[in-house]
Write a protein that binds this ligand. Structure first.
Ligand SMILES: Nc1nc2c(ncn2[C@@H]2O[C@H](COP(=O)(O)OP(=O)(O)OP(=O)(O)O)[C@@H](O)[C@H]2O)c(=O)[nH]1
Length: 728
C-alpha cells in the first residue's frame, strides 16, 4: 500500500522514525508513543473527498460515485504491522473477521452504511471504524466525512445541511486535526463550503490544506492557476491541485497507480500547470502532509526525548538498587555490603533531616522542613494563641485572693494568688510540649521509612532489622527529651521570678488596673447592681464547682488549703444581700479612693467579727451555724475589681515571659536529645546491633522477585538507551 509515484506516500519521510520509536516502545510494553494528528477531508458532496483519501493511501477501497456515497463518517485507522507481510483490514462492527480483499471492504462499507442510514440517501453521524494493518503505513487516522449538501433528497431530513455541518465541525474543530478542504475546480471557490468550514474551525490556517479536484474537467479556456497560487482565497499552507479518477475511469476499473501516472502526465503537459509543479498532484499533497507531520513530530520529539531520558535515569537508579547478583552471595563481601548500606542509610537520614536530600520534593515540605514547621507553625503558634486568663473567671480570682489573705486583712497586695494562678497556667504548657516531642518523633520515624526505599527493596530482611533498630533507638531518644521537658516546665513552676526585667511588677499592675477600673466605672455599677438584686443562683453552683477546683489546684500547687475557713468566705455569708463590698488585704494600699469602702466594710463587719464582746445582759445572742461550703463574696467593690484586674495583668505579663522561654527551650531540648542525638549516634547504633557475622546470611537474603525485576529492568534500560539514540 504505497503511492507508486515519486516515492512520497503519506508519511513516508517520518514513517521510519516513528516506526522505530514505536517498535522500541512496543517491545518494552510502554505506553509512550507519538500521537500523530488525525487527517480529515471536508467538502461538498461529490467534490472528490473519498477519491483524494484513496489516492493518498494508494488502495481502492472506498465507495465513490456521482451521487452521495459517504453517508457516515469513516474513521480509517492505519496500523503499522512490521512483522506481517500481508495487508488486511478489520471493522469494529465485525470483530474477529479479517478482510484481505479490498473490494470486499468497499462492499462492507456500503452495506454497513445502509444498515444504519437506510438505503435511500439517509445520513448518520454514527462512525464506521476500519483498521487497516500493513507493514507500509504509519499509525495515523484518516477520516472521510459525508459531503455538505443543501437540498434534502431521499430520506434526508429537512435540516440535513445543519446536521452535516455539526457532524463535520465535531471532527475538524479538534486542534490536532489536519483539515483537507476539498473544492472541485469546476465550482466557485469563493463559495467553497470546505474553505468556509475550515476557516471557522481553524481561523489561523495552521492546519488547513486546500485541495482543488477535478482540474481535468474545468470549462475550456479556464484554469485554476490563481486558485492554486492562493490569489483568490489566501491560505497559509497553500493549495494542491489534483486529478482523480473520473467516474468513467472507475467504471473501467482503472487502477490508482494508472491514475497517478495519468495525473502526472496531465500536469506535465498542461501549459499552465507545468509551471506550478509544487502545487499539483497527489504526490505533492502527500509531500505537504508529510512535511506537516514531520514538523509535528519535531515539535513533540523533544518532549518525548525528555520523557525517555527521565525514564532512563529512574530505570538506571532502580537497576542500581538491585545491585549485582554476586554481591549478596560472596561471603567475604557480605560485611562490606552491610557496612556500606548502614553508612549510606545514616547519611541519607542526616541529609533528609538537614534538608540536603537530592530527591527533595518541590511539591510539599519534607524532612527537616517538617520538623521546623512543627516547632514554629504548630507549637509556637499554638502557645501564642493561648490566653492565660482564658479559663479564669473573675470569681476564680476573687476566691483565690480571699483565700490567700487568710483570717486577717492583708496589708499589701497578696502575691500568693498570683503565684498559684500563674503556676497553674505554666503547668498547662507541659502537655503541648510533650506533644511536640511526640510529633517530632513521628516525623523522624517517617524520615527513617523514606530512607533508601529502593535500595533496600532488595534486602527485606535487612530492612526489617534496621527498622527495628531505628524504632527502638528513637523511642529511647524520646525519653530523655520528655524528662528534659518536664524539668523545664517544673523549673518554671518552681521559681516565679518576679524580679524578671520584663515583668510588670505589683505596683505597676495596680496602677494600670486602677486606671482601667476607673475608666470602666461608668458602665460597671449597672451590672453590679443587677448582680446584687438578682443573684444568679444557677451560676453560683457553677462557680462553687470552679472555686473548689481552684482550691484543689492550690493544694497541688503547694498552698495550704485554709480556704474554707477564710475570713472572706465568712464575710460573704454574713453580708449576703448587703451592697457593701469586701476589701481585704489589698485595700490598705489604695489610700483615698477606697477609704469609704474600707470604712463601710469595717463598720459592717465589726459586730460579726467580734460577737463575743457584744454582751447583751437581757438575752443570749445565738450565732447562725456557718454553712458547710462557703463561697467568696459575690458583690464587687472597686477595690476588688482593681485586685482582679491587677492579678490578670500580672498573670499575662509573667505568662508572656514563661511562654517565650518555653518556646525557645522545648525545641532546643527536642533537637538536642532526640533529633541531633539520632543523627550523631545512628551509625554507631546500627553497627553495634547489626554488624554481626551470625546475621549477615539472613539479612542479605534476596527474594526471588528481585531477580525477576533486575532482569526486566535491564531489558527496559537497553530499549530506552536505544530510543534515546534515535535521531529525527
Ligand atoms: N474527472 C474527475 N472526476 C473526479 C475527480 N475527483 C473525483 N471525481 C469523481 O467525482 C465523483 C465523486 O467523487 P468522490 O470521491 O466519491 O467524492 P466525495 O466527495 O467523496 O463524495 P461524497 O462522499 O458522496 O460526498 C466520482 O465519480 C469521482 O470519480 C477528478 O479529479 N476528476
Amino acid at each position: 500500500m504505497a503511492v507508486a509515484n515519486d516515492g512520497a506516500p503519506l508519511g513516508s519521510t517520518v514513517i521510519q522514525l516513528v516506526n522505530k520509536l514505536q517498535d522500541i516502545f512496543s517491545r518494552v510494553g510502554s505506553q509512550s508513543t507519538i500521537d500523530l494528528p488525525q487527517v480529515a477531508v471536508v467538502g461538498s458532496q461529490s467534490s472528490g473527498k473519498s477519491s483524494v483519501l484513496e489516492a493518498l493511501v494508494g488502495r481502492d477501497f472506498l465507495p465513490r460515485g456521482n451521487d452521495i456515497c459517504t453517508r457516515r463518517p469513516l474513521v480509517l485507522q492505519l496500523v503499522h504491522t512490521p512483522s506481517s507481510q500481508t495487508e488486511s483490514a478489520e471493522f469494529l462492527h465485525l470483530p474477529g473477521r479479517t478482510f484481505y480483499d479490498f473490494s470486499q471492504i468497499r462492499s462492507e462499507i456500503q452495506a454497513e452504511t445502509d444498515r444504519e442510514a437506510g438505503g435511500n440517501k439517509g445520513v448518520s453521524d454514527k462512525q464506521i471504524r476500519l483498521k487497516i494493518f500493513s507493514p507500509n503505513v504509519l499509525d495515523i487516522t484518516l477520516v472521510d466525512l459525508p459531503g455538505l449538501t443543501k437540498v434534502p433528497v431521499g430520506d434526508q431530513p429537512s435540516d440535513i445541511e445543519a446536521r452535516i455541518r455539526t457532524m463535520i465541525m465535531s471532527y475538524i474543530k479538534v486542534p490536532t486535526c489536519l483539515i483537507l478542504a476539498v473544492t472541485p475546480a469546476n465550482s466557485d471557490l469563493a463559495n467553497s463550503d470546505a474553505l468556509q468550514m475550515a476557516g471557522t474551525a481553524d481561523p489561523d490556517g495552521h492546519r488547513t490544506i486546500g485541495v482543488i479536484t477535478k482540474l481535468d474537467i474545468m470549462d475550456r479556456g479556464t484554469d485554476a492557476r490563481n486558485l492554486l497560487l492562493g490569489k483568490v482565497i489566501p491560505l497559509r499552507l497553500g493549495y494542491v491541485g489534483v486529478v482523480n479518477r473520473s467516474q468513467e475511469d472507475i467504471l473501467m476499473n482503472r487502477s490508482i497507480q494508472d491514475a497517478l501516472v495519468a495525473e502526472e502526465k496531465f500536469f506535465r503537459s498542461h501549459p499552465i500547470y507545468s509551471g506550478l509543479a509544487d502545487s499539483c498532484g497527489v504526490p505533492q499533497l502527500a509531500k505537504k502532509l508529510n512535511k506537516i507531520l514531520a514538523q509535528h513530530i519535531k515539535a513533540v520529539l523533544p518532549g518525548l526525548k525528555a520523557r525517555i531520558s527521565t525514564s532512563l535515569v529512574t530505570l538506571a537508579k532502580e537497576h542500581q538498587s538491585y545491585g549485582e547478583i554476586s554481591e549478596s552471595k560472596a561471603c567475604a563481601g557480605q560485611g562490606a555490603v552491610i557496612l556500606n548500606i548502614l553508612s549510606k542509610y545514616s547519611d541519607a537520614f542526616t541529609s533528609m533531616v538537614e534538608g540536603k536530600n537530592e530527591a527533595m520534593s518541590t511539591s510539599e515540605l519534607s524532612g527537616g522542613a517538617r520538623i521546623n514547621y512543627i516547632f514554629q507553625s504548630i507549637f509556637v503558634r499554638s502557645l501564642e494563641e493561648v490566653d492565660p486568663c482564658e479559663d479564669l473567671t473573675d470569681d476564680d480570682i476573687r476566691t483565690a485572693i480571699q483565700n490567700a489573705t487568710g483570717p486577717k486583712a492583708a496589708l499589701f497586695v497578696p502575691d500568693v494568688p498570683f503565684e498559684v494562678l500563674v503556676r497553674r497556667q505554666i503547668s498547662r504548657l507541659l502537655d503541648p510540649s510533650i506533644q511536640c516531642a511526640r510529633f517530632i518523633y513521628d516525623e523522624l520515624m517517617k524520615i527513617s521509612h523514606r530512607c533508601m526505599v529502593n535500595e533496600l527493596q532488595r534486602f527485606p530482611f535487612l530492612r526489617k532489622r534496621m527498622d527495628e533498630v531505628i524504632g527502638n533507638f528513637l523511642r529511647e531518644g524520646l525519653e530523655p527529651s520528655e524528662i528534659m521537658i518536664h524539668h523545664i516546665i517544673e523549673m518554671e513552676m518552681d521559681y516565679i521570678n518576679t524580679s524578671h526585667p520584663n515583668f510588670i511588677g505589683g505596683s505597676k499592675a495596680l496602677e494600670a488596673a486602677a486606671q482601667q477600673t476607673k475608666s470602666s466605672a461608668v458602665s460597671l455599677p449597672v451590672s453590679k447592681l443587677k448582680d446584687a438584686v438578682e443573684p444568679d443562683k444557677g451560676s453560683a453552683s457553677e462557680r462553687s464547682v470552679k472555686s473548689r477546683s481552684i482550691l484543689a489546684r492550690h493544694a497541688n500547687g503547694g498552698m495550704v488549703d485554709h480556704g474554707v475557713h477564710a475570713a472572706s468566705d465568712i464575710d460573704k455569708v454574713v453580708h449576703s444581700g448587703s451592697t457593701g463590698g469586701s476589701s481585704w488585704g489589698i485595700s490598705s494600699i489604695f489610700g483615698g479612693g477606697d477609704n469609704r469602702a474600707t470604712v463601710k466594710e469595717n463598720t459592717n463587719s465589726k459586730p460579726h467579727n467580734d460577737p463575743v464582746q457584744s454582751v447583751q445582759p437581757s438575752s443570749i445572742i445565738h450565732l447562725r451555724e456557718p454553712p458547710a461550703v462557703l463561697r467568696p463574696s459575690e458583690r464587687s467593690s472597686e477595690t476588688l475589681a482593681v485586685q482582679i484586674t491587677a492579678t490578670k495583668l500580672l498573670l499575662r505579663s509573667y505568662y508572656e515571659i514563661v511562654r517565650k522561654n518555653v518556646e525557645d527551650f522545648i525545641p532546643k531540648a527536642i533537637m538536642h536529645f532526640l533529633v541531633n542525638n539520632t543523627k550523631r549516634e545512628l551509625h554507631n547504633v546500627f553497627i553495634a546491633n547489626l554488624y554481626r557475622d551470625d546475621l549477615f546470611e539472613e539479612m542479605l537474603q534476596e527474594p526471588n522477585e528481585i531477580a525477576v525485576k533486575r532482569k526486566r529492568c535491564r531489558e527496559l534500560l537497553r530499549a530506552y538507551q536505544q530510543a534515546f539514540r534515535v535521531d529525527p
